[in-house]
Every structure is written in structure tokens, then in C-alpha cells.
Design a binder for this molecule. Sequence first.
Ligand code: ADP
Length: 296
Amino acid sequence: MEIKITKLSKVYPGGHKALHDIDLTIREGMFGLLGPNGAGKSTLMRILVTLMQPSSGEILINGKNINKQREEVRKMLGYLPQDFRFFAALRSWEFLDYAARLAGMNSRKERRERVEKMLHDVGLFDVRNRMANKLSGGMKRRLGIAQALISSPSIIIVDEPTTGLDPEERIRFRNLLSDLSHTDTIIILSTHIVGDISSTCNQMALLNEGELVYNDAPDKLVESAKGYVWHANVSVEQYNELKENFPIISTIPSGTGWEIQFVGEKPSGLKATGVHPSLEHAYVHFMENKLQHWNL
Ligand code: ADP
């Protein structure tokens, strides 16, 4: 299973260039697409699921051009869009049954078995009779993933799935996705939340202003931030000066000043100890360097 994206660009009517010359190959496992709001993630996802045409470039899935073999490609895809809406007048199981019918499952028995399995898999069996619009935010998202999975797709695409979820539901949702990443399935998780990526993805890409700026393992990004993350106890004056020049990752009031973590080259003369970087630190470090590089 392979998705090969070559020289993909998208210019919206009005001239906004949302994607520039993206080259990217995605293989089995969990792939994290990370970038700030407006980076072009949803645009790329919508092109991938054939809901939108690129301005130029192509995408091949196992050698099949997605725009020329659209129907065939759609059968391989399960998609949970960012702005997923439910049918208010359906119970949870009815909603999944409807999704199964749309996916071409004509046998009632087959549909019932599949719907029950999905309800169990996403932990919604106990609320199967509840109206879909009465579910909590996290449950709705899980019902959303269940509809994306109903036809056992080999490519699963989820766009910003944890936005608005409480921490417990966010972890539950992440675990649900990583359980799915068995062999021969590609899961693409698009998010602006670094924490969605760290625990689950073996590959990641960073998009910024429509450009692909990083494409490798999350661990390598973390490696590149080693020696650039610091912990220090500083006075209010020092803090005010530091925050002009460094991204401050965390601040805790301490005595008359602040206990902080920041990213960058340690200023000479400042007493600071090195911190082992997290993916979040590494993301900040990388973006900071990239932006400085672009501003030159
Ligand atoms: P992300 O998903 O990373 O937040 P999007 O793909 O939604 O980014 O958007 C990328 C850029 O394209 C943004 O600047 C956005 O304003 C612009 N954009 C998105 N959709 C449209 C559209 N239909 N028409 C014009 N510009 C758009």
C-alpha cells in the first residue's frame, strides 16, 4: 500500500496558493500531518479523498491515478472530515447502518454484524440506541470514525479529530487510531495539535504555508532539537528580555520571578540547564529556525 504525491499544487479561485509543489510518499502505518491553522492540511486531505481537484501534480495510490480512477480509489478510502455532521433523527446504530448501506452493503445480516462490530470497537455499543446528536463530543467523534471504517477501507483519513475534546477523550481517540494501524492500512491523521502525533505516528510531515517543510520520523525531529531546550529560573526583567528573543514553552511563577522553559541557543551568561526535548519542543524549534531562515 503506497500513496505517492508528486508536485502537487493547489491555487484557490482568487489566487491563494494553498499548496506548493508537494512531493510525499506515504506507506502503511500511522502518518501524522502536522501544521498550524491555514497551512494547507485540509486542502491536501480533500484532494486525497477526491473531493477536490489539484491545480497541478498527481496522486497515485498503488499506482492508480486518483483522478482518473476515482470510483475505484473511493472504495479504498474512509474519511472523517473536520466538520463532520450527524443526522439528527437517527439513533447511533441507525446512522452506522445508513453509512453501511451507502458503502454498498446490501445484505441486512452482513450490515447488522458489521454495525455491531463497529459499535463494540469504538466503545459505543451501550449507547447504540441513543440519538446521534445527543452523544457527547468524544462519542460523536468515535461514531464518526466508525462510519469511516464501516467498509474496512485500506486508507483512513482523519482531519483534526481531537479538536474540542477533553483530555480523556483525546487519549481514548488516539488509542483507537493506533489500534487500527495494523498491517497494510494507511492512517493519515491531520492535526495542528502536536500531542496527537507524538505517541502514535511512525512517520510525519510538517506543512507550513502550503510548503512541505519536514518529512521523516517524529524521533528525528526530536533529535534535531537536542541541546536547544532550556530550563531556567529568571527574574521578571530577565523574563521580559528573553520572551522578546525566544519562544517560551512554559512559565511557572517562582518566588519573585519565573521558572521557565525556552527553546534556542542558550544566551551566554544565563544560568540554565538543558532539558530533553519533547516533540512539542522540537516542533517549536524547527518552525522557529525555518521562519528565521525564510525571513533572511
Ligand atoms: P489547514 O487545514 O491547515 O488549516 P486549509 O487547507 O484549510 O488549512 O487552508 C489553507 C489556506 O487556503 C488557508 O489560507 C485558507 O484560508 C485557504 N483556503 C481554504 N479553503 C479555501 C477556499 N475554498 N477558497 C479560498 N481559499 C481557501
